[in-house]
Write a protein that binds this ligand. Structure first.
Ligand SMILES: Cc1ncc(COP(=O)(O)O)c(C=O)c1O
Length: 386
């Protein structure tokens, strides 16, 4: 694809689940900010700042539009990454006011929600439950979600399984007096359909996993705002400050996003995220099909070898496996010698992969729109040789 023309012929990048490659237009949007209007947002009156403000505001709108959400119902704040977003929400949630008595996560979660739900339970002296997820990726619908904060991913980071029943699950959780926080770290690049018109209470995402620069985001239901007890505070969040008191700008519905944006923001990165969303919206049916075909080809090749144990039950752009008799870290190094960039280990899912399933360290290939047919052929050949 021309937007990745900087990629060397022998550079086979298969670590998109960690960070996507950034297409040229996204890189250019970031450079344009540095070269043409490098300025602070929301504080300055000069032209550069006005341009920055307009573009940042446009990005907030694009995030909502991308998921077909209404500005009336949701707002978008920017953070560092998904981990930071989930922690920011959980550490400031007013549990008493919300009537929360439990926190629920699933077995296949990344350490990001897995650990933060532990500290949340400890802080509030409430029970934490770790629910097995179905092989299909769904959360059980007959589980008791009453008065619980539920934090789960929409797409899993080692086998790409999807939370297909997210809509029903959201209804069940709400009916039971709970709230749903979605870890959408893997969910916005190739699987945003799951979150379109969502009724989830909050969605945390990482722009760097959706073809944008390093940046995080929180999409939150406005109705949840009164239940956030703001303790992480600083510049850019207040309308006025007295000696021992301050007045948060988030009280004004047009500035709700300031609730989570303490201090100066990554203006250039935010603007480039806007460009990444435009770019993602421009992907054609053929682009999606190509990614699916390449994923299928790799999945079939891996599955066809009796010594290769693939974790996926179906082809997805993220595929994990181990090879009987070969240490995955050594395999990763051998692949790296041939220009193949893959990940090895447990991908921050230690609990499930190591302690529940007792898998040896794994290899993960994660594809993106930049992946070429010849990359997959080379990977298959390299594996056969090894
Ligand atoms: C499912 C999932 N959740 C959370 C994270 C954490 O993302 P970040 O490191 O950007 O906070 C990742 C990162 O790989 C992930 O795959």
């Amino acid at each position: 694809m021309k937007d990745f023309d900087y990629l060397g012929k022998n550079d086979i990048y298969l670590d998109s689940a960690c960070q996507s490659l950034r297409p040229r237009p996204v890189q250019e949007a970031l450079l344009e900010y540095y070269n043409k209007h490098n300025s602070c947002g929301e504080r300055v009156k000069y032209d550069w700042g006005v341009t920055t403000d307009k573009k940042v505001e446009a990005t907030r709108d694009k995030v909502l539009k991308y998921l077909k959400l209404k500005k009336r119902d949701y707002f978008v704040s920017f953070t560092l990454n998904t981990t930071y977003g989930i922690n920011l929400i959980l550490s400031q949630l007013d549990v008493k006011k919300l009537g929360i008595k439990r926190v629920i996560t699933s077995e296949i979660e990344h350490n990001s929600p897995f650990l933060s739900t532990m500290t949340f339970a400890e802080t509030h002296k409430i029970r934490r439950e770790v629910v097995p997820r179905l092989d299909s990726g769904e959360m059980p619908e007959d589980y008791d979600y009453s008065n619980a904060v539920v934090v789960v991913n929409s797409v899993c980071n080692f086998d790409g399984r999807r939370l297909e029943n997210i809509k029903t699950l959201t209804k069940i959780i709400h009916k039971a007096g709970g709230i749903l926080i979605i870890d959408a770290a893997q969910g916005l690049a190739h699987d945003k359909d799951l979150l379109e018109k969502t009724d989830a209470d909050a969605i945390c995402f990482s722009a760097h996993k959706m073809y944008a620069p390093s940046l995080g985001g929180i999409i939150m239901k406005r109705k949840l705002l009164p239940f956030i007890h703001t303790t992480f505070v600083g510049g850019g969040m207040v309308d006025d400050v007295l000696r021992d008191k301050y007045f948060l700008s988030a009280e004004n519905k047009d500035h709700a996003y300031t609730k989570f944006e303490a201090g100066l923001q990554a203006w250039g990165e935010i603007i480039a995220l806007g460009k990444a969303i435009d770019w993602l919206e421009e992907r054609t049916k053929a682009d999606h099909e190509r990614l699916e075909e390449l994923s299928q080809k790799l999945f079939d090749a891996l599955k066809s070898h009796e010594k290769i144990h693939v974790l996926n039950t179906e082809a997805r752009p993220t595929i994990s496996f181990y090879v009987e008799g070969i240490d995955s870290h050594l395999l990763g190094a051998a692949l790296a010698d041939q220009g193949i960039m893959a990940r090895t280990g447990y991908f921050c899912v230690h609990y499930y992969l190591d302690h529940v399933r007792h898998y040896p360290p794994l290899v993960r290939f994660s594809l993106g729109y930049h992946t070429r047919e010849e990359d997959i052929e080379k990977v298959i050949k390299a594996l056969e040789k090894i």
